[in-house]
Design a protein around this ligand. Structure first.
Ligand code: BES
Ligand code: MN
Ligand code: MN
Length: 463
């Protein structure tokens, strides 16, 4: 694989242009206004897999958006790598905060990406990272050095909970049979310091609704005499954390895995500057659960956050009104051993129980998934580390991430194989935010590193 660097150099303009074409299609899975675009993107992904050298590619219809499946089987006696990624993206709003339109990709330089980064929704999460795998595969086909079998499963509903993928995986365990699952949909510490994600948090996502009077009321005529659903909702939400920022839901922490002091000390060795962290977010201080560091708060500890809250009048000027209803969307990030369905139930029970007389409360569960941790002594982890060591000149550090890819825990349960999370994004790439981007360095480095994972995985599997 000595010539991978040269292949990337020779083809980099084409690699970038192909990704740009993919990024132009607004495959927003959350918004039905884009449903044709999501479908068009699945076709584009199918075509790219065929062109790269898969000998079988199909669009698998589901009750939602299709899953693109492709494969190249060279020898049943060799190991099989299953690559997973997603071609759907988050909504682009708030659109006015983008410095260039989200679906008109442009290359701009930043302090962190002096060699340029592609700015577009999905550039990093996950079209750019998914496409690295297609191009790495193309290289191995073109150079006749694909060392094992490969299967691709690229879905279009990751950003909305992978509900249909779950059924697909359960019904196709034989087709998806593999020795290791490889995903690039996470990040790394910095362009100088690669890391491998060894943990993902679980998730429980709910929507709550507080109803007071049967109609919006004059806030003078009725104010003070009836429960105001917005006041009540705010009060209920604020009671969900105590003065130490612990979550107050009874039983919430029951199964939380407590890390030993040694494990925490090991984690703290990863390079991290609190000053830089605050600076990057223009914060005068960080905030979170007492007794834990910033990196612990966003990886090994569970959280509860309001993601959106609305009700009443928010138009121009003032309107004196007591709204009939108030709403909020709440996410709880969970850690290993916390079961998301149990947590959803605990939340629901508690939230209903703290509702005062004068309002009615509804809790609607959205979606969720279990967390994931993976050991660092597996062949997959070692192969990934060898690949990074070669392309970055320094070994990767294992890091538990705060994000969630709920399907990963299901893969392990249904397909009985480990997932290796080789992410090439950076926290500063602004995924889910305005001005999402993906460094050209990161994109090309990913394409360079992936074939080495294949090589070392096959080598280590023989031993
Ligand atoms: N790629 C992200 C998850 C991620 C990003 C994990 C960075 C680790 C580091 C994924 O697309 C995502 O956004 N997942 C959702 C969960 C899903 C159920 C909507 C999330 O974490 O909010
Ligand atoms: Mn993603
Ligand atoms: Mn995402």
């Amino acid at each position: 694989m000595e010539n991978i660097k040269a292949y990337v150099q020779e083809n980099k303009d084409r690699f970038i242009n192909e990704l740009i074409e993919l990024l132009k299609i607004p495959s927003v899975s959350a918004d039905t206004a884009y449903s044709q675009d999501v479908i068009d993107t699945s076709e584009a992904v199918k075509l790219s897999l065929e062109k790269a050298g898969c000998d079988f590619v199909e669009i698998c219809e589901t009750d939602g958006y299709p899953i693109v499946y492709g494969q190249k089987m060279i020898d049943p006696a060799l190991p099989t790598i299953l690559v997973y990624g997603h071609y759907d993206v988050q909504p682009a709003d708030p659109i006015e905060l983008w410095t260039s339109p989200p679906f008109e990709p442009v290359i701009k330089t930043t302090d962190i990406h002096p060699e340029g980064a592609i700015f577009a929704r999905g550039a990093c999460d996950d079209k750019g990272q998914m496409y690295m795998h297609v191009k790495a595969f193309e290289y191995m086909i073109q150079n006749n050095n694909l060392p094992c079998n490969v299967k691709f499963m690229i879905e279009g509903e990751e950003e909305v909970g992978s509900v249909n993928l779950k059924t697909f995986v359960e019904n196709n365990t034989e087709k998806l049979k593999n020795d290791v699952i490889l995903i690039s949909d996470t990040g790394m510490i910095s362009n100088q310091q690669p890391s491998i994600t060894t943990g993902l948090r679980g998730l429980s996502y709910v929507e709550v609704e507080v109803t007071g009077p049967n109609r919006d009321l004059h806030s003078g005529l009725y104010g003070g005499a009836v429960a105001n659903p917005i006041n009540i909702l705010a009060k209920m939400i604020s009671s969900l954390h105590d003065e130490n920022n612990h979550i107050t839901i009874p039983g919430f922490y029951d199964n939380v895995e407590e890390l030993s002091l040694e494990e925490r000390a090991e984690m703290a060795k990863a390079p991290f500057s609190l000053e830089k962290y605050k600076n990057a977010l223009k914060l005068n201080d960080v905030y979170g659960e007492k007794g834990y560091t910033t990196n612990e708060r966003n990886s090994i500890r569970p959280t509860l956050d309001v993601n959106g809250i609305w009700g009443g009048y928010i138009g121009e000027g003032a309107k004196t009104v007591i709204a009939s209803q108030a709403f909020a969307k709440i996410s709880m990030r969970l850690v290993p051993n916390q079961d998301w369905e149990v947590i959803t139930e605990l939340f629901t029970k508690h939230f209903m129980s703290i509702a005062p007389a004068g309002v009615t409360v509804k809790v609607k569960p959205h979606h969720g998934g279990q967390g994931y941790v993976t050991p660092i002594d597996s062949i997959g982890y070692q192969a990934a580390n060898m690949a990074y060591t070669e392309t970055f000149g320094t070994p990767a550090i294992p890091v538990r991430s705060g994000g969630s890819i709920p399907i990963v825990a299901l893969f392990e349960k249904e397909l009985k194989s480990k997932t290796i999370l080789m992410g090439f994004g950076l926290d500063s790439d602004a995924i889910h935010s305005p001005n999402e981007h993906f460094g050209i360095f990161n994109y090309l480095k990913g394409i360079e590193t992936i074939p080495l994972f294949y090589k070392y995985f096959v080598e280590l599997s023989k031993k």
